[in-house]
Design a binder for this molecule. Structure first.
Ligand code: NAD
Length: 389
């Protein structure tokens, strides 16, 4: 049985606690929130004890895992407190921190203590994100030349999502910290082992005033790939979130309309490199089905009379296309962390998705890139990450 404490009884803390309390091999024993009423209400739902300070909570309980789900700018104190108290495992919400000083302090404390710290970059578990990662890493569209990723929030997020606290919450964060943290992690995960070396960014701050409206950044990777990433939280739209991704490889193209809006539909399709054979396509298809990505193989003969014909000489161009668009369980990474701890293998090479579970090193690299984006937008100049490291 794994004993768990949750810090932060807001939107994400509640989601973690409710998901974990349904497990038969884990128990949520304590909930902590500066707002004791919120802690009490959640503790009541999951049969736990409520506290208003992390110190007090950890003086009463010695959990196997602490989940830190405090606002973006308030991750440092609970995470360091848990590390100093000897908690062996921490699952911390993204971003690792909203400034490099905090991010480095967490990274150093993890290295020093040997604690296992995971960061909840939850997109890594979505079936079609796994399919995107697999397609890119396996070279199915050739070396990546360019990417374009847009993750946008409804204006209700920075103005109303956290009630009367919204202005302060969003003012202590930004679309770079709240949204681009996800995107930067995905870029590093999809394009592994490539790393981001330089960013050139701009921002706008004309609508909200207390926080930037948007960031728009070009990332340069050490492979020469360029990825444009953009996040705004001033959209007047029906959906809460829109998320669109595309990658141009030297030999193919992948388009993933993850959370669509404004009349577009969900979609995922990769037009593959002409070097990919039908046998290989079937093998990739079967492998990805195990991660919940149900893809059909497409043989594209081109439009009748198309003067350009199939673009691949005598071989018909192949594609993979999703025929459903499961969002996946938003708490899948949380469950993977618990499974890994219970199995006594805190860093399994294989969980649901490719690569190890995201940890403090991923968190620091994400924070470094976001810090470079913020600095570049302020200076109006490119920023090299090694200058900040
Ligand atoms: N992984 C994801 O997909 C995902 C999605 C959305 C949000 N998030 C992240 O989850 C985190 C929490 O977001 P939220 O929307 O739940 O925020 P929230 O404001 O709803 O909840 C945070 C709670 O933490 C409490 N708190 C603040 N400082 C504290 C402290 N030192 N000790 C104890 N409690 C404290 C606040 O009172 C609040 O109740 C953020 O970092 C956010 O970016 C992650």
């Amino acid at each position: 049985m794994l004993w768990i404490s949750v810090v932060g009884a807001g939107i994400l803390g509640t989601a973690h606690a409710l998901a974990l309390s349904k497990r038969t091999d884990a128990a949520v024993v304590a909930i902590c929130d500066l707002r004791l009423d919120a802690a009490r209400a959640l503790a009541m739902q999951v049969g736990a004890q409520a506290f208003s300070s992390v110190d007090e909570m950890l003086s009463h309980h010695a959990p196997d895992l602490v989940v830190v789900a405090t606002p973006d700018a308030q991750h440092l104190q609970p995470t360091l407190c848990a590390i100093d108290s000897g908690v062996p495992n921490i699952l911390q919400e993204k971003p690792l921190a909203t400034n490099l000083t905090d991010a480095r302090a967490i990274h150093e404390a993890v290295e020093r203590s040997g604690v296992h710290l995971y960061v909840n970059y939850a997109n890594r578990t979505a079936p079609l994100d796994i399919a995107t990662c697999h397609t890119i890493r396996e070279g199915l569209i050739g070396p990546i030349v360019y990417g374009d990723i847009r993750l946008d929030d409804n204006i209700s997020v920075p103005t109303a999502l956290w009630g009367a606290r919204s202005r302060d919450w969003a003012g202590a964060s930004s679309p770079a910290h709240f949204l681009l943290s996800h995107v930067v992690d995905l870029v590093r995960w999809y394009l592994h082992p490539a790393e981001i070396t330089e960013v050139y960014a701009l921002k706008q701050q004309r609508v909200l005033g207390y926080t930037p409206d948007l960031y728009d950044a070009y990332l340069l990777l050490d492979t020469g790939a360029r990825v444009r990433i953009k996040a705004e939280w001033i959209r007047h739209m029906d959906e809460l979130v829109e998320f669109y991704l595309s990658f141009s490889g030297a030999e193919g193209t992948l388009i993933y309309n993850k959370l669509p809006g404004f009349g577009t539909r969900s979609g995922w399709r990769a037009n593959l490199s002409p070097t990919v054979t039908m046998e290989q396509l079937l093998a990739h298809q079967q492998l990805l089905a195990r991660s919940g990505a149900h893809l059909r193989g497409v043989v594209d003969r081109g439009a009748p009379g198309d003067p350009h014909g199939p673009a691949c000489g005598d071989r018909l161009p192949l594609a993979l296309e999703a025929y459903d668009h499961p969002i996946g369980d938003p708490m899948a990474l949380t469950h993977s962390v618990v499974d890994a701890i219970l199995a006594g293998d805190p860093h399994p090479e294989s969980w649901r998705g490719p690569g190890p579970l995201p940890n403090h090193v991923d968190g620091l690299k994400q924070s470094l890139t976001v810090a470079a984006i913020v600095l570049s937008a302020e200076k109006g100049q490119p920023v090299t990450l090694s200058d900040l490291a």
